[in-house]
Design a protein. Sequence first.
Length: 149
Amino acid sequence: MLWKKTHQAAKVFEYSRVGNTNWQTAAVIGARELFTVFSWDCTGFDWGMFTQPLYFQLPINHIYGINSGSTKVESAAYLHEAFKAFDIWYKNNNPCQTSHTAMEQKLLEYIKDEFEENGGKVNLEPPLGFTGEITPFSTEIFGYGNCDQ
């Protein structure tokens, strides 16, 4: 079910070319992941939410067509993989004693790592020449949506 929800987030990745470069960027605000823990030490939940935009960058090439449906789907899949990696880290560490800020920083590290492993970048500041729109992060519980829109 989580994959379906994250996959649906592909509609929020609206890429635009950055200046005259071969890079495209999608600015997304409100990207979030729910942290849950059930252990002998504590039980609870918290949100990791980025209130500032995240700037997802991918090269424009035969793999990542400019703002194509497949580029959006790949972006959603990378974000999902970062969430999964963070969830494993979260469960294997002591979230009861880890600050909210530290968890968000760790989540951002996993997001950056996932995009870098696939030839992209993620930053908190827009790249020079970015003129695209900032879109809100959203998910839907059911369905996959049309990532070409």
